[in-house]
Design a protein around this ligand. Sequence first.
Ligand SMILES: *[C@@H]1O[C@H](CO)[C@@H](O)[C@H](O)[C@H]1NC(C)=O
Length: 431
Amino acid sequence: MKITICAFLALAAYVAADNKVVCYYNSKANFRDSQGKFEINFIDPALQFCTHLIYGYAGINADNFKAVPLNEIFDVTRDNYRHITALKRRYPGLRVLLSVGGNEDKGDDDNIKYRTILESVDHRLSFVNSAQALVKNFGFDGLDLAWEFPQTKPKKIRGKISGWFSNLKHKIVGESVIDENAEQHKEQFTALVREIRNAFRHDGLLLTLSVLPNVNSSVYYDPRALAPNLDFITLQAFDFYTPERNPKEADYPAPLYELIDRKYDENVDYQVRYWLQKGAPNNKLVLGIPAYGRAWKMDEDSSISGVPPLLIDGSAEAGPYSKEEGLLSYPEICVKLANPQKLSTAAGKHLRRMGDPSKRKGTFAFRLPDENEEGGIWVGYEDADTAGNKASYVKAKGLGGIAIVDITLDDFRGLCTGDKYPLLRAAKFRL
Ligand SMILES: *[C@@H]1O[C@H](CO)[C@@H](O)[C@H](O)[C@H]1NC(C)=O
């Protein structure tokens, strides 16, 4: 009896210890202004929670298909690669990976280099060798492939008449094809992963995949063939709705479950089930949780209830620190929220938060425009509750863990409640 209990406890401890907490770190945060500037000493309070740190991002040189630093001066000359990998001395269990792509490596023609490179054995070899050298020279524990495949086309918003017209047009020309050689690219990507795995085996380096938002997994990834050669796969199952993709209609950017009248595949649960059904083992799937919101501008046509989907007038202004149109970091949102004691709806200064008792949709907050049509904003975002709900989902499904994308957009200064990294913390404790 006693032995059984011990064995059980040991197993429970093992399972818990096996949960991955993957922290993405985007080095561009070093160049943000004032409160948004993320210097390396801010990383410490996060590392007590992280099992893996993913350094974003390296890129691909389109001329010779080598993996290269995207900011040579900061990454290499100023030694940021080495400063980050040196954190392992203080956190011996931490594994640090270098990520390639991540929508930070912009290129021509829908970033065609990410597909051209796959098409030839020589190009792939050039990439494998250079990536391996980069990883080893700077003390990384492995490589993450945040491959920049073309994104799906966003849903068009239709009025009654144009809806009829576009239905007709669909019937005539069919869905537009984003990549005529997608089938080959899928097979070639599997080959690339196998080749990297073989090259890395001798040094025991890790290899992981980040499935970027709006890349159609069924088009580009073969879970059953990929999984054996990957340590884990992070599903960045968010940004289903963004102001850039959907400038006229705001909606929950990263719902956990399918919502009524939405596309069946634009939710976390669908993406996870897809990878499981196609042969990825549960413990290799890591669920990505965004540390930011997607923000649109409300106007006179937006429903005053704020309940999505709602008509909207493009991106909200960039946040004061993150300075990216249509994106607000978690602290940029939390400081705008109304004190719940004195809810002001219309045109007040604050945003009104609408939580998610259903635990299916996500949180949003909004402010109606004033009489001059100014100041309206609608933001769908992740907070400690919804990040925790996603971690609970991961636990219930026996998945491999969670990833915060990325920690430089979480509240690393503790501006919201005093606690640093509230989203990372909330998700970690619900695992
Ligand atoms: C993804 O591709 C499949 C076909 O492989 C298609 O049926 C589905 O609609 C696509 N999803 C999106 C969001 O485009």
